[in-house]
Every structure is written in C-alpha cells, then in structure tokens.
Design a protein around this ligand. Sequence first.
Ligand SMILES: *[C@@H]1O[C@H](CO)[C@@H](O)[C@H](O)[C@H]1NC(C)=O
Ligand SMILES: *[C@@H]1O[C@H](CO)[C@@H](O)[C@H](O)[C@H]1NC(C)=O
Ligand SMILES: *[C@@H]1O[C@H](CO)[C@@H](O)[C@H](O)[C@H]1NC(C)=O
Ligand SMILES: CC(=O)N[C@H]1CO[C@H](CO)[C@@H](O)[C@@H]1O
Ligand SMILES: [Zn+2]
Length: 495
Amino acid sequence: MHALAVLAVLAHLALVNADVVLQGGTVIAFNDATNDLEIMRDTSVHIVGSTIAGLHPASPGFTPPAGTEVLDVRGSIVSPGFFDMHRHAWQTAFKTLGSNTTLPEYALRYGSGGPASRVFTPEDVEIGQLAGLYESLNSGVTTVLDHAHHTWSNDTTAAGLRGSIASGLRVFWCPSVMSTSTGFDQMAVIRELFAGRSWENSTTRIGLSFDELQEPLTPRDTAVFDLAKEIDAPVMTFHFLGGPWGGDGLPQALNRLGFLNGSMPIVLSHGSFMTTTDMNLLRSTNQFLAITPESEMHYGHDHPSSHLIMDQAALGVDTHFTYSTDIVGQARIWLQSARLVAFRQELQKSQINVRNPMSAKQAFFLATRNGALALRRDDLGVVKVGAKADLVVFDGTSPNMLGWSDPVAAIILHSHVSDVQHVLVDGEFRKRDGKIVFGDFKAVSERFLQSRDRIQELWANMNFPAFFSGPFRPNAAEGVVGPVLDVVRGDATGY
Ligand SMILES: *[C@@H]1O[C@H](CO)[C@@H](O)[C@H](O)[C@H]1NC(C)=O
Ligand SMILES: *[C@@H]1O[C@H](CO)[C@@H](O)[C@H](O)[C@H]1NC(C)=O
Ligand SMILES: *[C@@H]1O[C@H](CO)[C@@H](O)[C@H](O)[C@H]1NC(C)=O
Ligand SMILES: CC(=O)N[C@H]1CO[C@H](CO)[C@@H](O)[C@@H]1O
Ligand SMILES: [Zn+2]
C-alpha cells in the first residue's frame, strides 16, 4: 500500500475512533437512584468508544483528554435517541400511495401478501429498507424494531438485512416466518444469515417476527420458537389487533404455550382491543406493547384501551410510506390523543378535570426508555454513565424552539425534524450538522428513486377493487362503506 494511502487509512481510523465530547449542552440524563430524568444544564457528555463515559457539569470543570474531538453544543439539547418499536422499512417505494387507505385495503394493495410479494426485487427491498431507515435516522430515531415481512425468497430476505446494516441504526431486524404463495420456508435462510455473521460488526441484530401462531401448536410453530432460541433472538414480535379485527387472545395463547414468561423479550404491535386480562399478563411477564398512534388512527385499527397499558408500552411508526416517521411526532400525537380520552371521560360525566392527566415527560419516556425496557436493555434509551452513546442533539435556537426552559417539553411539543442537528449511534456520528454521514445519502437516493419509479408505475397500472370486500381475516367483523367527511360545500368533489 502506498504511504499516502496508509496515512489516509490511519486518519480515517483516528476519525472513527476518536473519543467525543459534546460540550456545554442541556443534557436530559437519567438517574437510576430516583428512577427519573435529571436535567443537567451546561454539561459535557464524554463518549469513549460506544459508551457514555462521563457527564460533567461546567463547574467544577472538565478538561477533555488530549486527542478527544470536542463539539460545542451550547444552546442545544442532548437527548437519548428515540425508539421506533414497530416498523416495516422495506415499503418506502410506496411513499404517498396510501394517503387515504384503510387497513383491509392496505392488506390487499401494500401488505406483504399483496402484489409486492411477486414484483419486489431484492434491490427494491434493500434500497427501500435503507432509504426508509435513513428517514428514521434523520429524525433522531436510533433504534428500530423492524417487523420484516419482505421474506418472499432467500434473496429478498437477505436484501432486508443488508439494507438494515447499511443504515447504521441500531436495528432489531425481525424477519417474518410467514406463508407465501410459493410455499417458501424462511427458516433455513434466516439460520444461514445468522450464521453468516454479516451483522456482527454492525449495530443490526437478528430477531424474528411471526403472525401465524396456532393452538394447539403445529410442528412449524414449535420450529419457529426453536429457531428464535437457536439464533439467540434478542426479541420476537407479533401483530395483534383483536376485537372486530379478529385475533383475540394472542397474549393469553403465548402465555399458555409458555412463551410470554421467558427471558426473550416479546413485543406485540397495536394491541387495539386488549382486554384487562391481556394487559395484566404483559405486566406480570414484563412484556411490551408497541402503540403506533398515527397508524392506528390512519388505518382505523383504533386503540381505545392502549392508554391504560402505557406502563408496558413503547411507540412505533408502522408503515412510514403513509404518514410521518419521526417518533417525536408519534409521541406528540399520542400524548394529545391520550389526554383527550381522559379529559373527555370527565366531560361526559359533566365534570371538568383540573389536572392534566398526562405530562410531556411521560410521552418522552414512551419514546425513549420504554423502548429500551421492552428490549430489556438497561444500557439503551437513557443518558447515563455506562449507557450506549445513542444520542440526539437538538438545536435549541431555531424559531420554533427559541425560548425553551424545559428541554423535554421543548422536544415533545415544539421540535421539528429540522432541529435534529446530530445523531450518534454506538458512539459514532450518523448525522452531523444536519447531514447523514453514514453511507452516501445522495447515491442511495438515486438508487431508491429508480426503484420507486418502477414500483409506482406498476401500482398505477394495477386494477384494484374500489373497496375491500370479504373477510379481513377469520373471525373479523363485516366490512362496510361508511360516510365520508367532506370539507367542500356542495357535492362536486364528494371525496
Ligand atoms: C434458500 O436458502 C436455503 C439455505 O441456504 C437453501 O437450503 C434453499 O435451497 C434456498 N432456496 C432456494 C429456492 O434457493
Ligand atoms: C468483524 O471484525 C472482526 C475483527 O476485526 C473481523 O475479524 C471480522 O471479519 C469482521 N466481520 C465482518 C462480517 O466484517
Ligand atoms: C411469570 O413468572 C414469574 C416468576 O416465576 C411469576 O412471578 C409470575 O407470576 C409469572 N407470570 C405468569 C403470568 O405466569
Ligand atoms: C393518494 C390517493 O390514494 N388518493 C386517493 C384517495 O381516495 C380517492 C377516493 O378513493 C382516490 O380517488 C384517490 O386516488
Ligand atoms: Zn405492522
């Protein structure tokens, strides 16, 4: 190797491995002793390798060790990274197609069992996965639990793992073991991808997702759980709706089968019609629900009781091609809608609630620490000495942020994605000064747009029925074409 090249490599290594100090910001730290947030003003965060090594208030002062990279973050807010606990990142190419869709229609048009299973190439999956995760990274999400149901073939399965690794996020990539029209069995390829260890030096880990559990257990069900143990899955995740949507009783079934009360974290998504029994089961087994606020409103899943299980819940985005992807946005939507539910309960009794039922801090916990608790990771979701340095630095001086004193309220209620200045995962910059610095976003955009053009043209030429008909799933309620909410006077536009 040429000497200059050697120098370049050394310089690069030095850059990657340099310890970092984020100097003089307002740090939203976590105090284990009080089990609560601790706001530390004018404080420096010292990052060594992947870990937070110190939190140093300006007084008595802290001199960063020689060779440390010091970034002045005075006026900014240093927050733990956000957790998106339910996501299907491969679907990015559908962006804006589902702006007024419903869940039954989604299943037919955009879901894993729809046309995508026949026409998505490995490239469509890989680049959609990566572009979708870049959107998360850009917004300050550092951990994603990806329910990866693009597992139609060996190649599309492997593609999703590559896209996840390339994102630089902490991705819990959970390939789905699912039925396909070809009868393709995902288990061998998942085992092989795990053994291939392409993920080992990245921040991606392989879990599992599964939506076809039966009682009594079939040999396939048993094999799926055996596979989870064999690959030492850090988490398993399941969709769960219940009520009019069908599928009631999944937590109870998982518990009866002995899967809930084990050491493996289990995350259920939506939990739209959870019963009190289901909720208590999550509590006694310390398993978590992923509430996806905007999804459950957009598609009509609903979540009438989810505000009653927030002590065992975290937040997710779900299908980012239809609406916003930032978890702060989800936390804001959820906070205000949960407040509304609680306020309305009193109003309906002709009473006025004089205490706001939910604080901004509670929403912040849902978006950060609760995700880490769901994964049983004490070293994530909080800013404290010894935790992983998965951090977001918010500009506190933008027009919308200007004037804040409470950094938590500033983030939850006033911040925009454009305020996300820096994002670090595992102690390394993934976004810096407002730009993605992991991989080449421009090249990814170009590749992605080619895939997007092909996919959107195919979808534009598909003949879908105007409305979904037929059972959504066994035991689901009847479909009905309900009234529209029209904002234009007269009947010229209708919809
Ligand atoms: C998929 O990969 C598995 C594991 O290597 C292999 O056993 C199987 O034959 C492959 N299937 C196809 C269709 O290539
Ligand atoms: C991970 O890093 C180790 C040590 O540098 C190296 O031996 C191994 O080949 C790397 N694995 C991959 C998949 O890059
Ligand atoms: C799960 O196991 C713990 C510890 O053994 C026990 O206290 C708890 O009651 C169990 N929960 C359920 C739902 O079985
Ligand atoms: C973007 C999109 O899908 N818009 C649709 C919303 O619904 C109306 C009525 O079904 C369609 O005509 C639009 O195409
Ligand atoms: Zn989902």
